[in-house]
Design a binder for this molecule. Sequence first.
Ligand SMILES: Nc1ncnc2c1ncn2[C@@H]1O[C@H](COP(=O)(O)OP(=O)(O)OP(=O)(O)O)[C@@H](O)[C@H]1O
Ligand SMILES: [Mg+2]
Length: 215
Amino acid sequence: MTDAGLFLTFEGVEGGGKTTQMRLLVERLRGLGYTVVENYEPGGTEIGRQIRRIVLWAANQNLSPTAELLLFFASRAQAVDEVILPALAKGCIVISDRFTDSTLVYQGYARGLGRDVVLALDKVACRGLAPRLTLCLDLDIELGLHRARARNAEDAHEETRLDDESLQFHKRVREAYHDLSRREPERVKLIDAGRRPEAVAECIWRLVEPLLPRL
Ligand SMILES: Nc1ncnc2c1ncn2[C@@H]1O[C@H](COP(=O)(O)OP(=O)(O)OP(=O)(O)O)[C@@H](O)[C@H]1O
Ligand SMILES: [Mg+2]
C-alpha cells in the first residue's frame, strides 16, 4: 500500500467480466472528476505488450511454466516502475486488470509452482506494492469460458493459450481465488458475476466508494 493514491485490481476467472467492469468503474470515477490510470496484464506498457505476445500466443504451447512465471513478472515489474508507482505518487487512482493474484492462482496454485515462489518474485517485482482492494469476479467456469469464447470468436482472437487450458485447470483457478479471499477477506472480495453487468457494477461501487479520497 502507498500513502498517496489508491490502487485497485480486478481478478477472477476467464470471461468473468473483469475488462467490462473495469471500464464501467473507470468511466464512473472519471465522471466524478477523479484521475484514473489504467493498467492491464500482461501488457500495460510497450515492453509489456511485447511480453504479452509471447505468453498469450496460442502457438507457444511449449513455453515452460518457469519461463511463463518470470515473463509475467517481467511485464509486471515494467508496469510498476513505468506506470503504477509514478501515478500513485501523484495521487491518482490506479486500476489494474489482473495483477500478482493472477500469477498466484494460475502459476502458483493451478500449475503447482507454489505460493512461496510467486510471493518471493512479487517482492522483487513490486517491492511491497499491493492493491488496497481486489475485486474478484466469481463465476461458474463453464459460463465464463463460454462468454470468453463467444467474445474471441467475434474478435478473431489469437491470445487463447490460457483460455485453451483444460476445464480442470480453470476449476483449480476458481478454487484458488476462493482460497485467496479466505486468506485476505478484507482485501479480496468475491463478487457474484453471474448477474447482469449493471448489478455487478453496483456491487463493485459499494465496495469502492468508501475508499475514495476526497476530491
Ligand atoms: N454480467 C455479464 N453478463 C453477461 N455477459 C457479460 C457480463 N459481463 C461481461 N459479459 C460479456 O462476456 C464477455 C467476457 O467479458 P470480459 O471480456 O469483460 O471478461 P474478462 O473477465 O475480462 O475475460 P478475460 O479473462 O478473457 O480477460 C464479453 O463479451 C462481455 O461483453
Ligand atoms: Mg479481460
